[in-house]
Design a protein around this ligand. Structure first.
Ligand code: NDP
Length: 286
């Protein structure tokens, strides 16, 4: 058996197509399109530059404007002043890592939640963990961390019935693993969240119908651990001598039912979910 490859590019196009008319409606109502502020370090690494380019291209594709804020900030207050000085800004993304002068926790605590395009301010994060059902995200017009949303959306795109199935999420970061585990539980899955102190990864993974790997550990998940027919979503982006490799051995595709490719899987959907959050914030602003 060979797994179906989860086509993140195709799903991202579908999401952007649904956002274009919403951005156009905002432009018609307010006389200007939604505006995303992209805050970057003055000396971004290669990955940050790539991510920023994909954000700008995706904005243009749905008719949304973007503006880059890049400077050697003297601290969080300096950066926040620059953000509040941007007229008509609807949403802000912080392309980490920022300059060393910025204390990220302090910045997130002060960033207005209504501009938080990544759902990472304490207020938005708390609201996310209040919900029990996935549909409440839209009903309450909540924003959530983009990669976690992308994981849930790719999973839903398979059409596999999820309620009551077992999922394992490998990695418990605030930005990926933890919110992804929460969203999977909102999709009524029974979720196990693993981390670096978990001692029984092979057993846990082999009993899972859905495996989400978000550790940043190249090929750590062995093909032999994967249950036949499982859905495998690999968030890992690792450098393998200049090539990108995931956290899951590629041979897993011979056992799994669905797998994400290392390129063109989760990445494009993550960018699409950033736009989705941004358009929602702009709509909330009116
Ligand atoms: P972090 O380094 O913040 O978190 C890694 C997590 O993996 C931690 O919870 C850690 O456990 C856990 N971990 C580390 N080693 C092991 C192990 N041997 N067994 C089990 N768990 C382990 O990374 P991020 O969450 O920010 O990113 C994870 C991966 O996802 C990276 O490769 C990153 O590049 C990628 N990424 C991809 C995105 C995309 O859009 N595709 C977006 C964002 C990230 P502990 O908590 O105990 O330390």
């Amino acid at each position: 058996m060979s797994a179906v490859i989860l086509d993140g590019k195709a799903l991202a196009i579908k999401i952007r197509e649904s956002l274009g008319p919403r951005a156009a409606a905002l432009k018609a109502k307010r006389g200007r399109p939604p505006l995303l502020a992209i805050v970057t370090s003055e000396r971004p690494d290669k990955a940050a530059v790539r991510y920023r380019q994909s954000q700008k291209k995706a904005c243009e594709e749905i008719g949304m404007h973007w503006n880059t804020l890049s400077a050697d900030w003297r601290g969080s207050d300096d950066l926040l002043r620059a953000i509040s000085g941007m007229r008509d800004c609807d949403a802000v993304i912080l392309d980490l890592p920022l300059n060393k002068s910025i204390a990220i926790e302090e910045l997130l605590a002060k960033l207005p939640p209504e501009l938080d395009a990544e759902g990472v301010t304490p207020f938005n994060y708390g609201r996310l963990f209040e919900i029990k059902a996935y549909e409440e995200l839209q009903k309450r017009r909540l924003v959530a961390p983009c990669t976690a949303l992308a994981i849930a959306e790719l999973l839903r795109s398979t059409g596999v019935p999820l309620a009551g199935k077992r999922a394992v999420v490998l990695g418990r970061s605030s930005i990926v693993g933890k919110p992804a585990a929460h969203l999977l539980s909102c999709l009524d899955m029974t979720v196990t969240l693993c981390h670096s102190k978990s001692s029984d990864l092979p057993e846990v993974v082999s009993s899972a119908d859905v495996v989400v790997a978000a550790m940043g550990k190249p090929r750590m998940v062995k093909a032999a651990w994967i249950k036949a027919g499982a859905v495998v979503i690999d968030a890992g982006v690792n450098d393998d001598g200049g090539k990108v490799c995931g956290d899951v051995e590629p041979e897993a595709a011979s056992r799994a039912g669905w797998v994400t490719p290392p390129v063109g899987g989760l990445g494009p959907v993550t960018t699409a979910m950033l736009l989705s959050n941004s358009v929602m914030l702009a709509e909330r602003r009116g």
